[in-house]
Design a protein around this ligand. Structure first.
Ligand code: 13P
Length: 342
């Protein structure tokens, strides 16, 4: 595929007022989510839940793309339409998670490296045939007393770049996700330092491995205080520190930065994205690629019961709309209240 097409797809994924739904939970992650609502994680329940999200009427106004899991890209809606086809017919671009998860890093303690490069070229070809137009690979960096090591950061950055190069070669826009976890009691300064080291390694490897910045998207963590830190930075400080970090490391040629929510509450994830856009314009589109922050209320409203499908769809639509507003810096917490009445 021409470089131009990659660029066009990347831009479409960060179109004005829109962002990405991450619905690519692995079998073990979706089981955890279903456990929280007391629903068994069977193939049919997973299909029904994803069906509910993908058939939500009107959500394409705020959702540009959906990241699927290997099982999901092969499943179909209740009416028999394959999910990738259903999404495309609504103008939503189907994508696919292609990594095989974070595994223990050899000769290191409490650190991981993401696997999945072996045979990736062949898998990418199959996913493209199934309708995918973009891909995702997640690396995980943990903050602790003496970690992350440079070894862990560079090993993950190297793998991310190998994945991104293969993805572009296959005509699929890579969403490069180096996630620095925000678990722990570290300060926002420590979060800044580790995110900065990580982004430095990632963009060095991407450049060395010939990945075109115009044909990719970055999916990073926001720079936050550790979730159990006694002092929590407010939305304005998060916005300021996150932008200060990204201006140092992310080339302006990258069309968009699509944040993960990473365990923030859904309203915090929206308010932080809004605060960053409110201090724009920035060189890149600042958008979302949220999993939990888009799905949590919908999952709860559904509870595995067919009679709750409509309520769940209303919840999902509402979060998508709020995050769509945060894309322009026009979100306000009062907008949450208005919608509850619907
Ligand atoms: P969260 O928004 O729940 O962090 O999920 C995004 C994602 O895709 C993590 O890989």
């Amino acid at each position: 595929m021409a470089a131009n097409e990659l660029h066009e797809t990347a831009k479409a994924l960060v179109a004005e007022g829109k962002g990405i739904l991450a619905a690519d939970e692995s079998d073990s992650t979706i089981k955890k989510r279903f456990d929280s609502i007391g629903v068994e994680s069977t193939e049919e329940n997973r299909r029904a839940y994803r069906d509910l999200l993908f058939t939500t009427e009107g959500v394409e106004e705020y959702i540009s793309g959906v990241i699927l899991f290997d099982e999901t890209i092969r499943q179909a809606s209740a009416g028999g339409t394959p999910f990738p086809k259903l999404l495309s017919s609504k103008g939503i671009i189907p994508g696919i998670k292609v990594d095989k998860g974070a595994k223990a890093l050899a000769l290191a303690e409490d650190e991981t490296v993401t696997e999945g490069l072996d045979g990736l070229r062949g898998r990418l070809e199959e996913y493209r045939d199934l309708g995918a137009r973009f891909t995702k690979w997640r690396a995980v960096i943990t903050i602790g007393t003496s970690i992350p090591s440079e070894y862990c950061i560079w090993t993950n950055a190297h793998a991310l770049a190998r994945y991104a190069a293969l993805s572009q070669e296959a005509g699929l826009v890579p969403i490069v996700e180096p996630e620095v976890l925000m678990d722990g009691d570290h300060s926002i300064e420590r979060s800044f330092e580790v995110t900065s080291r990580t982004l430095h390694a990632v963009f060095t490897e991407l450049r060395d491995q010939r990945v075109q910045p115009e044909g990719m998207l970055l999916k990073p963590n926001m720079v936050l205080s550790g979730y159990s830190a006694s002092t929590q930075a407010d939305h304005e400080e998060v916005a300021h520190e996150t932008m200060r970090c990204f201006y140092r490391h992310v080339p302006a040629a990258v069309p968009g930065i699509v944040f993960l929510s990473g365990g923030q509450s859904d309203e915090d994830a929206t308010a932080n994205l809004n605060a960053m856009n409110a201090i724009g314009p920035h060189p890149w589109q600042l958008s979302f690629s949220y999993g939990r922050a888009l799905q949590a209320p919908a999952l709860k409203a559904w509870g595995g019961k067919p009679e709750n499908v409509e309520a769940a769809q209303r919840s999902y639509y509402h979060r998508a709309k709020m995050n769509g507003a945060a894309r322009t810096g026009m979100y306000a917490p009062e907008m949450e209240r208005e919608a509850v009445a619907v």
